[in-house]
Write a protein that binds this ligand. Structure first.
Ligand code: SF4
Length: 242
């Protein structure tokens, strides 16, 4: 199976979400998730336009440039670049090319992501690092820097990719194992559920099993301990008795 950035981003938030996406599971819909997604899309469209406008017209590559020519490129900025290498695939939101300084240093390629959120998480940086990892595989050289433009103030965060490369490799290996399994991982409701397209499905399953993850505020350690003793949430039991 091809490991895509769509799976990678999901895995960072929840292994079940990644597995369901790998099976093209249909979503029952989640209004909040849809509105977060729409806000992010609108933000990206606006930031694409601003970024492109900051480069002279001749330096722009609006359509995805071909992979063969990536290292011979003459453009300075490219939008929506699709990369596929070693059973992995990513759709990079933008790449800036910094030309060689003429002293033997090759041109540098800087992947970009755009996030609506004012506050970034480690996951946003890891998602960018996945893009950088694929880009470095295609180019056959290190990609040292990535940028995330985000929030109301259009802040640009520079992220050192080398610090995250090891974790990206480890997570890719975990995803390969996860998606090769015919069954989904154990369901654990979590903080991301309210923004997830599978919320209705997972909540229904958790209610059917009276799963302890229905109780918010419980740590994974506590949940596993009680689960081992056969203790359930009793939320559905209480509802039945009312
Ligand atoms: S609803 Fe929650 S548990 Fe289910 S896939 Fe989404 S994040 Fe994971």
């Amino acid at each position: 199976m091809i490991i895509t950035s769509h799976f990678f981003d999901a895995y960072l938030k929840c292994p079940t979400k990644c597995w369901l996406r790998s099976r093209a599971e249909l979503s029952a819909g989640n209004g909040y998730a849809d509105s977060v997604c729409a806000e992010n899309e609108a933000y990206r469209a606006e930031e694409f336009a601003r970024l492109l406008a900051s480069f002279p017209e001749n330096d722009r590559a609006i359509a995805s440039p071909s992979l063969q020519n990536l290292s011979d490129a003459s453009w300075r900025i490219a939008i929506d670049v699709r990369l596929r290498v070693h059973d992995m695939e990513a759709r990079l939101q933008a790449i800036e090319r910094i030309p060689s300084d003429g002293r033997g240093t090759p041109a540098q390629f800087v992947p970009y992501r755009f996030e609506f959120a004012n506050k970034l998480s480690k996951y946003d940086k890891l998602s960018l690092a996945f893009d950088a990892f694929l880009l470095s595989e295609v180019l056959g050289r290190k990609v040292g820097l990535g940028k995330i433009m985000h929030g109301d103030r259009r802040t640009t965060l520079k992220v050192q990719m080398s610090l995250l490369a090891g974790e990206v490799r480890r997570r890719i290996k975990e995803i390969v194992v996860l998606v090769s399994d015919a069954s989904p991982p154990d369901l654990v409701l979590n903080r991301h559920c309210s923004e997830c397209e599978f919320q209705a499905r997972c909540r229904r399953q958790a209610m059917e099993k009276d799963d302890l993850s229905l109780l918010s505020g419980m740590s994974e350690k506590e949940r596993k301990k009680l689960h081992g003793k056969g203790i359930r949430s009793q939320i559905s039991t209480r509802r039945t008795m009312r």
